[in-house]
Design a protein around this ligand. Sequence first.
Ligand code: SN0
Length: 316
Amino acid sequence: MKRFLTVDDIGDLKIALQEAVEVKKNPYAWDTLGKNKTITLIFFNSSLRTRLSTQKAAMNLGMNVIVLDVNKDGWKLETEFGVVMDGDKPEHLREAVPVIGRYCDIIGVRSFASFEDKQADYEEQILSQFIEFAGVPVISMESATRHPMQAFADLFTIEEYKTKERPKVVLTWAPHPRALPQAVPNSFVEWMKEADLDLVVTHPEGYELATEFTKGVNVEYDQKKAFENADFIYAKNWASYTEYGKILSQDRSWTVDEEKMALTNNAKFMHCLPVRRNMIVSDGVIDSENSIVIDEAANRVVSAQVVIKRMLESIK
Ligand code: SN0
């Protein structure tokens, strides 16, 4: 496995989920696989779960881990080509990436959408330079358009909790004070579409995701209707894709609360975290027995470990 960005990179989902079961059951079974191998985790944006779970997954595999917060520790990096570098960015990614690649065996990178340039974001201007110039396998730890490690953990969590063969899974938009990327919902849809479940996406008008993700997906603009008979409610805010990066609504009638959860089939509540309480979800719902957000976050170690394990196996 040379890169991990989209659902296609993981191959057969059933096999990947089976591997996740094995990794969770026996996390130290491959603890010498990463001996004398180094993973470097590069952060252009904040992180709690991704940083800690990826580090833990690598350590379970016996790897050394280097973490670099670009905004705090490195040179400010130029990401655009053909620019006169007379500003505040002393180094170009074109040099920084291959240099980092010489110091390690796998690179993980987090680079959110900038919301300045839709095309640059959807062409993955930063991640694609890592893939092209690193010389080692690259893992997306949330790029401009996707968060595959999260979606893999989400799918695994649904597999663990489902009580019927084909559960109804609802991705609902919810209000938020800031403009957030589409990466989490994009990946969620991309992965759930491939899985054996009934996916419904609900959001206000104007929040349509890019059609490359939602083609063929059931979109329901009436949130309450979408919630009927749901087995899983996955809440997430995202900013508009069509009016790129804009907040079109902060309508708190979209907040997931007890009244709406009562419409479901006793659904489990999921969110990738961090979550804004009483904006995205009421205290009552996230603190309820049906909330599985902590187990979901715990499974981030599992998804990361499957991916890193596969990469180590391919570079051995
Ligand atoms: C990120 C996002 O893509 O929505 C990371 C989620 C895994 N979330 C945030 O940036 C939340 C920040 C906030 O202000 O609540």
